[in-house]
Design a protein around this ligand. Structure first.
Ligand SMILES: [Zn+2]
Length: 271
């Protein structure tokens, strides 16, 4: 088993921005969106941690070591398992109001019971029920947080999940969460694609207004630019043309479609 230090990879992207990477394929090989990117923003008086990861090894000591005397805000981009399972280490965690319920109770990860990977023993030792943070607080679209010389604005971006958020900083970063990244995409039912496309076009508009934005997705490659959003928008629009190529993928209860660009694979919910 790897040690704490080897489990997370930490890189300093800017004076005020650290990236904490975690490989989620460790939990189950079906997940290929390595690494998960957690972000730590350092304002002059407050730090903001975006996501707490898989809950396999202690994250808080690493965060504490990076933030110095600053107070700490912790946000979840959304409730999917790879983003909030370290919440228990923190007193208080914010998530969009639509998903407060999802992370306020023990998180059931029993779908990993049959993982071939040894590391799921960490979950087994907790009966596959990972405890939540003590306090969960709701976020709303438009909420602004002052970290000291950096302001962060919450943008509600439903589609990937009902309470997905992106964060826009006054220092020209756009954290796109799982709303946009290169890799395997988890999409809602086809009937809800319009919501996904609406969210993406809202973000595309934002990038057109503010040309210097750098995009920081929650998985794989960063930073990206507006092309990520247009690639994904066009790819999702094209799913209709590839619909006849769909295969059942039971682990996710989804239809799998491989994009002919090679940039994305789609898992589209069947339920
Ligand atoms: Zn994710």
């Amino acid at each position: 088993m790897s040690s704490n230090n080897q489990h997370f990879e930490i890189s300093k992207r800017k004076d005020y921005l650290f990236v904490i990477n975690e490989n989620i394929s460790l939990v189950h090989p079906v997940y290929t969106n390595d690494p998960l990117n957690m972000y730590l923003l350092l304002g002059t008086h407050t730090a903001l941690l975006l996501d707490t990861g898989c809950g396999l090894y202690p994250l808080k000591p690493i965060v504490d070591g990076l933030i110095g005397e600053r107070s700490l805000l912790v946000f979840n981009t959304h409730y999917h398992w790879d983003h909030p399972l370290g919440n228990v280490e923190f007193e208080e965690v914010y998530i969009h109001e639509n998903e407060v319920d999802k992370v306020s109770k023990p998180y059931d990860v029993s779908f990993f019971k049959d993982s071939p990977n040894e590391i799921v023993k960490v979950y087994e030792d907790q009966n596959f029920l990972i405890p939540p943070a003590k306090v969960i607080k709701p976020l709303k679209d438009g909420d602004v947080f002052d970290l000291g010389e950096i302001e962060v604005k919450v943008i509600h971006c439903p589609g990937h999940s009902p309470g997905s958020i992106c964060l826009l900083t006054s220092t020209s970063e756009l954290f796109t969460s799982d709303v946009a990244y290169y890799g395997d995409q988890f999409l809602p039912k086809r009937e809800s694609f319009s919501e996904v496309l609406e969210t993406l076009s809202k973000l595309i508009d934002l990038c057109e207004k503010q040309k210097d934005l750098e995009l920081y997705p929650s998985h794989r490659k960063y930073p990206c630019d507006k092309t990520l959003l247009t690639d994904l928008y066009n790819g999702i629009e094209n799913i209709e043309n590839l619909w006849h190529t769909k295969k059942a993928f039971d682990f996710f209860e989804a239809w799998q479609i491989d994009d002919d660009s090679g940039k994305f694979r789609y898992y589209i919910s069947r339920s």
